[in-house]
Design a protein around this ligand. Structure first.
Ligand code: C5P
Length: 201
């Protein structure tokens, strides 16, 4: 069976948690596509060459989740040639046997416009910044809440403002706003949507 769930949204909206929960619930494979851009960004040198040579091994580095890797990712992600070099890998993953969940910024709009289920997970920038800051240790974090909010806003502006594959919901995406919904409620809603779509096959 081939079945693709596309989950897009800005940083720290909860899409990774939702993607992992949906994949675990239905036994689908999961790809966090941000890791591809993070691996390219952190490698240094020519980003286009790095994107073309990317292997699954590069996704195992343990520094990919750092704030620095996220910043580097969002810079190389604005380069059309980098994006193009990563399309085939993502599409193959999406159509693998047994079902797949991909989360990122352009999965429902560019990578998998025919995905069986499309979700757009979002939340206000203040709520997302607070989540990031608490994850980094809250008052013990190296950066203040204001600094994290500034980073969230500048990354959003770059991701939404770029010419190639800007962050936006697909016209047929279901919007899950986790400023109003708890992550648990958003996970339940996502699972219901996927189950409903699967039952129509
Ligand atoms: O989701 P994550 O924070 O890991 O993504 C890091 C950066 O990679 C994003 O800010 C975005 O610029 C880029 N990205 C993208 N398209 C994707 C996934 C991530 O442009 N599908």
């Amino acid at each position: 069976m081939r079945f693709t769930v596309a989950i897009d949204g800005p940083a720290a909206a909860g899409k990774g948690t939702i993607a992992r929960a949906v994949a675990a619930h239905f036994g689908f494979a999961h790809l966090d596509t941000g890791l591809l851009y993070r691996a390219v960004g952190i490698k240094g040198g020519d980003p286009v060459a790095a994107a073309r040579a990317l292997t699954l091994n590069d996704l195992q580095r343990d520094d990919l989740r750092s704030l620095a890797a996220g910043e580097a990712a969002s810079r190389v992600a604005a380069l059309p040639e980098v994006r193009r070099a990563l399309v085939a890998f993502q599409r193959e993953f999406a159509r693998r046997e047994g079902g797949a969940v991909l989360d990122g910024r352009d999965i429902g709009t560019v990578i998998c416009p025919a995905a069986e289920v499309k979700l757009f997970v979002t939340a206000s920038s203040e709520i997302r910044a607070r989540r990031r800051w608490l994850e980094a240790g809250g008052a013990a974090a190296p950066e203040s809440l204001e600094e994290v909010l500034e980073q969230v806003r500048s990354r959003d502006a770059r991701d939404m403002g770029r010419a190639d594959a800007p962050l936006r919901p697909a016209t047929d995406a279901i919007i899950l706003d986790t400023s109003e919904l708890s992550i648990e409620a958003a996970v339940r809603r996502a699972i219901e949507r996927v189950a409903a779509r699967l039952s129509r096959r």
